[in-house]
Design a protein around this ligand. Structure first.
Ligand code: BGC
Length: 510
């Protein structure tokens, strides 16, 4: 965990990517950048390959699994381990990813991760036995965990405020595209009778593009500034901020001075503790609703439901992958219009209903339930993809105050991978222990708990500035008290002679 290595902020903005108008004195409109937006989109596109590899390398296991079971003679215990090895690595990667990005820079980190993904892909593909397969998957997992922090961090630090939300969310879209591509690649190789090895090898292509692409891009102005390389920072910034470069350099200086004040203890204080509960709670519930039993084990579930051939089960899974992408695109259009809470709550209702239905379908045990399970799974994945999927990653970037966002986001990311591991290693054991119906009903119950959690604790952050969200926590979770708190914050700073915040930027009470 580290301080200030999150989606941190060269230019003041809110985490949803909206320009943060308070960052400019007198609420001026955000800058209209004159530099190349093509360059900015290219930057985001290359870095989002980190998200694509996250999706590909987690999704690929589902189609490979049926072949691995045969080749390595897996029991349900060793099958769970083969599926979950990547997640053990991802937890490690999420813990150290932030530090790596601070030490080496975002750019060099992503180049090294590209190389790691590439080497890991080849080693996995040629694994001679289960033990080495698991070791290589852990290594790839370390890359995934680190990339799940660093890719959005790089994009957010490079993107102009006006398109930052779209570009950060683009990373989540890349994850779902990676999963879908993995499914289709699995399907192609399964249909060609090629078994599991080439499925893993294919990841070497986006890995190479990531490493080579990043080689030609600059590091973020903010990271360069933290190393005292102000000339380089200015040069990098001029490519994305154009005529606004000088103003933004000033904003980086201010933001860096403020960030020094953030500590982990600050995040654990009574007012902000609840923000941590919300961030970590969403991280855990995103996984406890069982999403990755579907993403990783879909062909196995279709196998239970009567799909006879491996390629038939993988074909059904490929449809799930495409629907996941399409529903994520829909969510990107809705999240700033409808808001976070309605999407979360509607999505959870959908997930609870479909999980319950899957339990019922398996309980009735009718002969050919494959199509029914496919329909239920598709509705389930749509419910996840419009709500919990993108909204967790987005809110994890917005619920924490800027100065402690590094800690907050790292903790919730590690929590997310940990919960992912827990669900993945227990899924088959649960199926064998309490049976299919009760396994899905258990996730439905956890979905109800998630619904209650979101209903009671998760605020609507649509259209709010980061400072408003910060004041919301400090004022006992009310939006109304914000204006008063800002006034009080200013008065107490004047009293103590402390540095004055910019207008509309309250401090966290100490
Ligand atoms: C989750 C992953 C999941 C993916 C599915 C992401 O938001 O963090 O665990 O596999 O969505 O689309």
């Amino acid at each position: 965990m580290q301080e200030g290595s999150n989606v941190a902020i060269p230019m003041r903005r809110n985490a949803a990517g909206q320009p943060d108008q308070n960052s400019r004195q007198n609420n001026q409109q955000p800058a209209r950048y004159t530099a190349s937006s093509f360059y900015t989109y290219m930057v985001a596109g290359v870095a989002a390959l980190g998200g694509l590899l996250f999706g590909y390398d987690t999704g690929v296991i589902s189609g490979a699994e049926l072949f691995l079971v045969k080749d390595f003679k897996l029991t349900s215990g060793s099958e769970e381990l083969a599926v979950s090895a990547v997640l053990i690595g991802a937890i490690i990667g999420a813990i150290f990813g932030g530090k790596m990005a601070d030490w080496l820079g975002r750019r060099l980190s992503l180049i090294l991760l590209g190389i790691l993904f590439g080497v890991g892909a080849i080693l996995t593909a040629i694994s001679p036995n289960l033990t080495l397969f698991i070791v290589f998957r852990i290594i790839v997992g370390i890359g995934i965990g680190a990339a799940s922090l660093i890719a959005p961090m790089y994009i957010a630090e490079m993107a102009p405020p006006a398109v930052r939300g779209k570009l950060v969310a683009f990373n989540q879209l890349a994850i779902t595209v990676g999963i879908a591509v993995a499914y289709w690649v699995d399907l192609a190789f399964a249909a060609a009778g090629a078994s599991w090895r080439p499925m893993f090898a294919v990841a070497v292509v986006p890995a190479a593009v990531l490493a080579i692409g990043m080689f030609f891009l600059a590091d973020t102005p903010r990271w360069l500034a933290t190393k005292g390389r102000w000339d380089d920072a200015e040069h990098a910034l001029s490519r994305i901020a154009g005529s606004e470069t000088q103003n933004e350099i000033k904003a980086i200086r201010t933001s860096m001075e403020e960030e020094k004040r953030g500590t982990l203890r600050e995040l654990l204080r009574p007012g902000l503790r609840i923000a941590l509960v919300v961030g970590v709670g969403l991280a855990l519930f995103q996984q406890f609703v069982g999403i990755n039993t579907v993403i990783y084990y879909a062909p196995t579930i279709f196998g239970y439901a009567g799909f006879k051939s491996a390629s038939g089960a993988i074909l059904a899974t490929s449809v799930v992958g495409v629907v996941n992408v399409l529903a994520t695109i829909l969510s990107l259009f809705l999240v700033d219009r409808v808001g976070r809470r309605p999407l979360l709550l509607m999505g959870l209702v959908g997930m609870v209903i479909t999980l319950t239905a899957m339990g019922v379908i398996f309980a009735l045990g009718a002969a050919n339930v494959g199509v029914l399970i496919l329909i239920a799974l598709l509705l389930y994945i749509i419910s996840f993809a419009i709500g919990m999927g993108p909204v967790f990653w987005l809110m994890s970037a917005e619920v924490f105050p800027t100065r402690v966002r590094g800690y907050g986001q790292s903790i919730s990311t590690v929590g997310n991978w940990g919960a992912n591991l827990l669900i993945s290693v227990t899924f088959l054991t649960l199926i064998n222990g309490i049976g299919k119906p009760f396994t899905f009903w258990l996730y439905a119950v956890l979905g109800i708990a998630a619904f209650i959690f979101c209903l009671l604790l998760v605020p609507e952050t649509k259209g709010k500035r980061l400072e408003q969200i910060e004041a919301y926590w400090r004022n006992g979770r009310t939006w109304e008290g914000e204006a008063q708190a800002i006034g009080e914050g200013r008065r107490s700073n004047e009293d103590t002679g402390a540095d004055q915040p910019e207008p509309g930027q309250p401090r966290i009470a100490s």
